[in-house]
Ligand binder design. Structure first.
Ligand code: ATP
Ligand code: MG
Length: 137
């Protein structure tokens, strides 16, 4: 069954919106099958954002995602990657549709409340960075 990695980012955790964001994701029909809080070490953040290493915002995203605790979660179900991405909304909250998580909770393109894997292939890699197989129920 398709799985996707979600991170509730430090801005949303700090504002006390973790539960609301997880509830919106559960409402997509995807099933929550793993969750934990952690402070992401720099080396893990650099691996997570490896594909963006050459981009001008790389240092910024790594700095932000390591700036405070996150909630890491795995959602599972048919089309889970796309369902979660739709509920998240556009990367820049200024472009995010009404009713999406980023429209309602994100502060800016840098502090944008939530991460979701962009394909089943990247999900498999990202899930393995954050969870051991036995942590996924
Ligand atoms: P995420 O991977 O966090 O779910 P995304 O898939 O919507 O977000 P990506 O293109 O993967 O967007 O970018 C990863 C993160 O890098 C974004 O969430 C955003 O915070 C940051 N980012 C992307 N583009 C820019 C930009 N042009 N300027 C500043 N930050 C950016
Ligand atoms: Mg992405």
């Amino acid at each position: 069954m398709e799985r996707t990695l979600v991170l509730v980012k430090p801005d949303a955790v700090a504002k006390g919106c973790s539960g609301a964001i997880l509830a919106r994701l559960e409402a997509t029909g995807a099933k929550l099958v793993a969750a934990k809080m952690l402070q992401i070490p720099r080396a893990l953040a650099e691996k997570h954002y490896e594909a963006h290493r050459a981009k001008p915002f790389f240092a910024g995203v790594v700095g932000f995602i390591t700036s405070g605790p996150v909630v890491a979660a795995v959602f599972e179900g048919e089309g889970a990657v796309a369902k979660v991405r739709k509920a998240m909304g556009a990367t820049n909250p200024a472009n995010a549709e009404p009713g999406t998580i980023r429209r309602d909770f994100a502060e800016s393109i840098e502090r944008n409340a939530v991460h979701g894997s962009d394909s089943p292939e990247s999900a498999a890699i990202e899930i393995s960075l954050y969870f051991k197989p036995e942590e996924i129920i």
